[in-house]
Design a protein around this ligand. Structure first.
Ligand code: SAH
Ligand code: F3S
Length: 480
């Protein structure tokens, strides 16, 4: 049987796409392997958000080209954002490549591979599916569904932040009908999934293209703005909160609902109310802010101010007790002064983020920020990043320390190499604990006994101790 491997770089969206590729190929009779050396087809699913990721891909392709010299039958495929960005040019640059496929062509993989197997020439397929957007559903395998799964609700991005290549590589926003989303969530939950993370580049700008699924309050206007709602309407028309309510209502067996990544602009009042009213929503939100300086935010075209970010996150915290927040920050954006960076540190401290992805600004092709130059020296970017990480480290330590002695509900993901169970709390803290019984896929209450550097050490008590913080919605310990 022909064997394939998928090597994944980048974000959750890419991880999700890689699984869909594996599913369509398995359906077509191909067999998955973990090792490129054992594969007949190597698919590299790529990321181009930062230059470093693209360079990593090019060195990977160098290695694979060498392998192909010893095994000429090996088929080499590049998928994902770099495929979309370079298209045909990638075939010219890496002669060993057989296929370049953008994110909207996953369903065609088996057919395209068959053409290669029959001796067809190298091909590039990178158009966007603007007229009939396709969203491939996850299909739980025979072994059942994973405790935690992703479900895509939209693709593309209309924001055009000045530093970001994603609108170029993933195209304009296209939304999935809410009926399809709810059905996929329900299928996964009935197969054993406990936690769903809804995915989209600006997931909370979601608008339902299906007629009237979300109820009378959001009755659809004419289908003319299916993919490009007029910007005036769009600001007020996000139907994400209603989508969350629909999922909560129609899939009562779901234990936890998360989403990634929201944009601060669409952290609307209805979404905040949904957080207060839907116990299924996890008490953690990853809300990228990018900078704590209004001047830099303007140059980044983020379309919100520091004050607006604070106002919305404060409201969210007022609505949901103990909610934790994490974020993305770029340091060394063109023109970012030391004073701007100090404002970012102050914002990070003020919000008290418990997690943070920090990046040095990386100039990307096809982005407006290219015109601003890249004037912060590499050493200065590194120093700012180190300072930022140092601050978040201390905030995280403080936060994890405060968890000691409390009882938390943990969704158990499985055992690590050391035999200990690992899981996540509602607030996304990573917890390790020992237990003899099979617990993977269950939600169990644990008592936190110690804070590690990035995670928590816990014990499985007979029952939660009295007088300590009780979970907001106590779930029974259910079997798989
Ligand atoms: N909306 C997407 C964000 C995609 S990019 C989401 O689902 O999260 C992820 C993060 O990479 C961004 O939030 C930003 O912090 C960082 N990033 C994007 N472009 C960058 C660039 N040119 N240089 C450095 N970091 C960048
Ligand atoms: Fe990129 Fe900004 Fe969209 S970071 S994905 S252009 S919200």
């Amino acid at each position: 049987m022909t064997r394939f491997v998928v090597v994944t770089f980048g974000c959750q969206m890419n991880e999700h796409d890689s699984e869909r590729m594996a599913e369509v190929l398995r359906d077509a009779g191909y067999e998955r392997t973990d090792r490129p050396s054992a594969a007949d087809i190597v698919i590299v699913n790529t990321c181009s958000v930062r230059d470093k990721a693209e360079q990593k891909l090019l060195s990977e392709l160098g290695r694979l080209s060498k392998l192909k010299r010893t095994r000429p039958d090996l088929a080499l495929v590049v998928a994902g954002c770099v495929a979309q960005q370079h298209g045909k040019r990638l075939l010219a640059r890496v002669p060993a490549l057989d296929l370049v496929v953008g994110p909207d062509h996953i369903a065609e993989l088996p057919e395209l591979l068959r053409q290669i197997e029959l001796g067809g020439p190298p091909q590039a397929h990178t158009g966007f599916d603007l007229d009939e957007p396709r969203f491939l559903s996850a299909r739980p395998g025979r072994a059942g569904a994973a405790p935690s799964a992703y479900v895509t609700v939209m693709k593309g991005c209309n924001e055009r932040c000045s530093f970001c290549i994603v609108p170029h590589t993933r195209g304009p926003e296209r939304y999935r009908p809410s009926r399809e989303i709810v059905d996929e969530v329900a299928r996964l939950v009935s197969a054993g999934t406990r936690e769903i993370t809804l995915l989209g580049q600006t997931v909370n700008s979601y608008v339902d293209p299906g007629a009237g699924q979300l109820g009378a309050a959001s009755a659809e206007p004419a289908s003319g703005w299916r993919h490009h709602p007029p910007s005036q309407a769009r600001r007020d028309q996000s139907q994400f909160a209603e989508l969350l309510r629909l999922i909560a209502r129609e899939v009562p067996g779901l234990w936890r609902l998360r989403y990634a990544s929201p944009h601060p602009r669409y952290l609307t009042a209805p979404l905040i109310v949904a957080h207060a009213e839907l116990p299924v929503l996890a008490r953690h939100v990853h809300l990228p802010v990018q900078s704590g300086s209004d001047r830099v935010l303007r140059r980044m075209i983020r379309r919100h101010s520091v004050a607006e970010y604070l106002e919305r996150t404060d409201a969210l915290r007022a609505a949901v007790a103990d909610l934790s927040l994490s974020t993305d920050i770029i340091v060394g954006f063109p023109g970012e002064t030391r004073a701007d960076f100090q404002k970012t540190l102050r914002l990070v401290e003020r919000v008290g983020f418990t997690g943070l992805f920090g990046f040095k600004y990386s100039p990307r092709p096809c982005t407006p920020a290219l015109r601003l130059g890249d004037d912060v020296a590499e050493e200065e970017k590194s120093a700012r990043l180190a300072e930022l990480f140092g601050l978040v480290e201390s905030l995280r330590q403080k936060h994890l320390g405060q968890c000691v002695g409390t009882t938390q509900l943990v969704l158990v993901e499985g055992r690590g190499r050391n035999g200990r169970y690992t899981g996540r709390t509602e607030r996304n803290e990573i917890v390790h604990f020992d237990a003899d019984e099979p617990l993977a896929g269950q939600i169990v209450p644990v008592t936190i006994v110690r804070a590690f550097k990035n995670s928590l050490d816990a014990e499985l008590p007979g029952s939660p101790r009295r007088g300590q913080s009780t979970p907001r919605h106590a779930l029974p310990v259910l079997p798989c």
